[in-house]
Design a protein around this ligand. Structure first.
Ligand code: PGA
Ligand code: ZN
Length: 426
């Protein structure tokens, strides 16, 4: 790559109306690209830290002007004009300039924006699609498209907490293309919207990621309505359309008890409860069924789910290599939920990916609840060979930009959608 000539950044708004930033990178050879940065709501404790202004008089303290200054000040001074041959060299420099373990000095949001904008500029310079460049970064070439996992119903932090769990997602199991998978999901979403309108007499109130969020009586009602909507759309629950759940259990855990129903639950109760859901519904994947610090019980829930459903670590792992190693050693889960902004740079996320792959885990590449219209996540999921992609629902443009990019990649490459569920994972 030619050296970085100019780095620019501006504050923009994310899909929740909160500030984030867009970073532009121009290389000495003239290639130029930008990247917009997402942001989570159900953030794990071990996540890299975003830099926010803290000025209560503007955007409730969430402004990103200081993060913008990190890019145009210290980061630009350190990177511009330097011979940085690889993405690893760019990212190492970013980590060194920040100097903290959690990226809190310059901000994980500023650092991620530069990491991705620089990678994209190199793809432009090389004249290759971004997914291809990302694939070469990890020494591979794109072989398949990710299986879609798409929000239908939401609760938890994404929907004002009317039910404790965060998301129920659709997995178009029988679809062999992204195109067909999206058509199937749209049919179920429409059926679900009609169902909840007649059942709960509510308008189509949607949660942060576009999931429908009626006042369910409980989690079982949420799952029953999911199955009813799949059937109403003329599809077979399980065979055509599986269900994935994000329990996001860290957010109803007080350090020893889980507040998932009227009475507090123990970890053993949770394991029993989640196992019953997986037994009674066509659930193929369960994310964060226990809290991020409940390391003691994760191996038990993973063993209980066995091969019936994937055990997915989001808050548990935080895309953090040290936490992933621990989870592999303790057999705590078998699927990495990869969010690049949890760790902060592409190179560190690639290390997380490599660890998960070496352990024969599945990998789901995920967006955040606060998203932008930027579509780089779709390229990442294809380039890094993700088994699943998790972006949110099908009604909001910050989600659709990723689905539409996948459709464009599918049309250009004719790559197949990855088989799933594939053979047993440990
Ligand atoms: P977040 O949630 O972006 O609000 O952290 C997404 C998820 O938990 O998968
Ligand atoms: Zn999650």
């Amino acid at each position: 790559m030619s050296s970085i000539q100019t780095l620019r950044a501006i504050e923009i708004l994310d899909s929740r109306g909160r500030p984030t930033l867009e970073v532009s990178c121009e290389l000495a050879g003239g290639a130029c690209a930008s990247a917009q940065v997402p942001s989570g709501a159900s953030t794990g404790k071990a996540e890299a830290v975003e830099l926010r202004d803290g000025d209560a008089s503007r955007h409730a303290g969430l402004g990103c002007r200081r993060a913008v200054s990190s890019v145009t000040g210290p980061i630009a001074s350190a990177l511009c004009g330097r011979e940085l041959e690889t993405q690893a060299a760019v990212d190492e420099m970013l980590i060194a300039v920040d100097g903290t373990a959690d990226k809190s000095r310059l901000g994980a949001n500023a650092i991620l924006g530069v990491s991705i904008a620089a990678a994209r500029a190199v793809a432009v310079e090389r004249g290759v699609p971004f997914y291809e460049h990302l694939s070469e970064m990890i020494g591979e070439s794109p072989r398949a498209l990710p299986r879609l996992t798409i929000n239908l119903f939401s609760g938890g932090r994404h929907a004002g907490g009317q039910v404790p769990i965060q998301d129920v997602l659709l997995v178009p199991a029988s679809a062999t293309t992204i195109d067909d998978g999206l058509a199937m999901v749209c049919a179920v979403y429409k059926a679900a919207a009609e169902l909840i309108h007649s059942k709960y007499s509510v308008r189509l109130l949607t949660a942060d990621e576009g999931g429908l969020a009626p006042p369910f009586a409980g989690v079982e009602a949420m799952l029953d309505d999911t199955v009813a909507a799949i059937t109403a759309a003329g599809l077979r629950p399980g065979d055509d359309m599986g269900i994935a759940m994000d329990v996001a259990a860290s957010h109803f855990y007080d350090g020893s008890r889980y507040f998932i129903s009227t009475e507090p639950s123990t970890a053993d109760d949770m394991i029993g409860q989640v196992s019953r859901w997986v037994r009674d519904y066509p659930i193929v994947s369960v994310e964060d069924p226990l809290a991020e610090d409940d390391w003691e019980h994760w191996p038990m829930i993973h063993a209980a789910l066995g091969e019936r459903a994937l055990t997915v670590g989001d808050d548990l792992l935080c895309t953090n290599p040290a936490r992933i190693r621990r989870a592999i050693e303790t057999k705590s889960c078998n699927t990495l939920l990869l969010k690049v902004n949890q760790i902060g740079t592409l190179s560190e996320a690639a290390e997380a990916l490599a660890l998960a792959r070496a352990a024969n885990w599945h990998v789901t590449i995920s967006a955040r609840s606060g998203e932008t219209e930027d579509c780089w996540l779709a390229d990442l999921a294809v380039g890094w060979g993700a088994d699943q992609i998790k972006v949110g629902s099908v009604t909001q443009s910050e989600r659709l930009s990723k689905y539409n990019r996948l459709l464009a990649i599918e049309a250009a490459t004719r790559l197949p959608v990855v088989d799933w569920p594939r053979a047993a994972v440990p």
